[in-house]
Design a protein around this ligand. Structure first.
Ligand code: TTP
Ligand code: MG
Length: 362
């Protein structure tokens, strides 16, 4: 019998409050306390953002990407620590080393998560045993916990790993996918961020079931052409394979004008739109970058690229906007009609990510 997408058994592993867990492991006195990790925390007085925090701090409403000052207001008793990225990277590499041994089909997605194709185990119960063994080995070696999700596709495995955090194992067999996903709030579906959630809740859609029951034509008018893909993902139908990622290079996006333009305001506006998409891609991969590059192609395919390398690596995607606009304003030759604008970031220092350039005509 040939293997079909339904026959697959996919495991997703995601470390629990990763940076905070490593810090607590390093200093046991922090166990049970609200620990908040972020750049330049200055005891809560810093200007950075929260990278992550312990579950105790989450009870106060603190979360990733929140300004440190807000976190301090919510949780003044929090222990604010700076980011020790090289330590977390070392722990991440050691965890990935363990995972990699369990299947040829291994894909690291970010510093603390990876997929493994465990179809070779033959059954969901054997895959569950493997997941428990992996968790045990990670804990023995690194003294931190993770959560595991097992499902017939990547999206189901990913949602499952988040389902019983921390230290959980959730198995969703093919026949359980519908009952598992249907009651989920739509925000649990990868790809549905705050903006989409807001649009959907405005239309009375709050759970996966609401989304699947909603008329597809109406959904397209709400969300555009991605609506059909979103419905597929929300049903757990995800044929993406677990694959090795190439070593990281850049993440970028370009737009080609339907007719060439010299309008600087329009060009800066396009850059702003492109930046917001690059920002999304960078945030979802949880990677730090150091270089922002803009590409300006004039009529006749003459292409100029200009880059700015920051003093240090950053997660802060707002610097993409600032630097891209600055580079364009500085180097744009307004005497020549522009055909294409592109923005990318590179110089990553977190684990592997793919080179992605999404081109779109407008
Ligand atoms: P996540 O897996 O999203 O979060 P987490 O591991 O801290 O917590 P959870 O138990 O919910 O999985 O991200 C992994 C690490 O990536 C996180 O510990 C810190 C870093 N990170 C940032 O620096 N900034 C961010 O905005 C996010 C989301 C993560
Ligand atoms: Mg995590």
């Amino acid at each position: 019998m040939t293997e079909t997408a339904e026959d697959r058994i996919i495991l997703h592993i995601d470390m629990d409050c990763f940076y905070a867990s490593v810090e607590v492991r390093e200093n046991q006195k922090l166990r049970g306390l609200p620990v908040i990790i972020g750049a330049d925390p200055k005891g809560g007085d810093g200007r950075g953002v929260v990278s992550t925090c312990s579950y105790e701090a989450r009870d106060y409403g603190v979360h990733s990407a929140m300004p440190i000052s807000t976190a301090y207001r919510m949780c003044p008793k929090g222990i604010f620590l700076p980011v020790n990225f090289s330590l977390y990277k070392k722990v991440s590499e050691s965890v990935m080393e363990i995972l990699r041994k369990y299947s040829d089909k291994f894909e690291q997605v970010s510093i603390d998560e990876a997929y493994l194709d465990l179809s070779c185990k033959g059954s969901f119960s054997d895959a569950e045993k493997t997941a428990k063994e992996i968790k045990e080995r990670i804990f023995q070696k690194e003294r931190i916990t993770c959560s595991a999700g097992i499902g017939p596709s990547k999206v189901v495995a990913k949602i499952a790993s988040d389902f019983q955090k921390p230290d959980g194992v959730t198995v969703v067999r093919p026949e359980e996918v519908t009952s598992f996903l249907n009651p989920m709030p739509i925000g649990k579906i990868p790809g549905i961020g705050k903006k989409t959630s807001k649009i959907l809740s405005g239309a009375g859609i709050s759970t996966v079931r609401d989304l699947l029951d909603y008329d597809i034509q109406k959904l397209i008018s709400l969300l555009g052409r991605h609506a059909a893909d979103l419905k597929e993902i929300a049903s757990g139908n995800d044929t993406r394979d677990v694959r090795k990622r190439e070593s990281r290079k850049s993440i970028g996006k370009e737009k080609t004008y339907s007719s060439d333009t010299k309008d600087k305001d329009l060009i800066l506006k396009t850059a702003e739109q492109i930046c917001s998409e690059v920002k999304k891609a960078v945030s979802s991969r949880k990677i730090r970058f150091r270089t922002v590059t803009v590409k300006i192609r004039y009529a006749g395919f003459i292409t100029n690229t200009r880059s700015k390398t920051l003093v240090r690596h950053t997660f802060d995607s707002s610097v993409i906007d600032e630097n891209a606009k600055e580079l364009i304003s500085k180097y744009l030759d307004t005497t020549k009609p522009v055909r294409l604008i592109g923005v990318s970031v590179s110089g990553f220092d977190s684990p592997k990510s793919i080179q992605t350039t999404m081109s779109e005509y407008m």
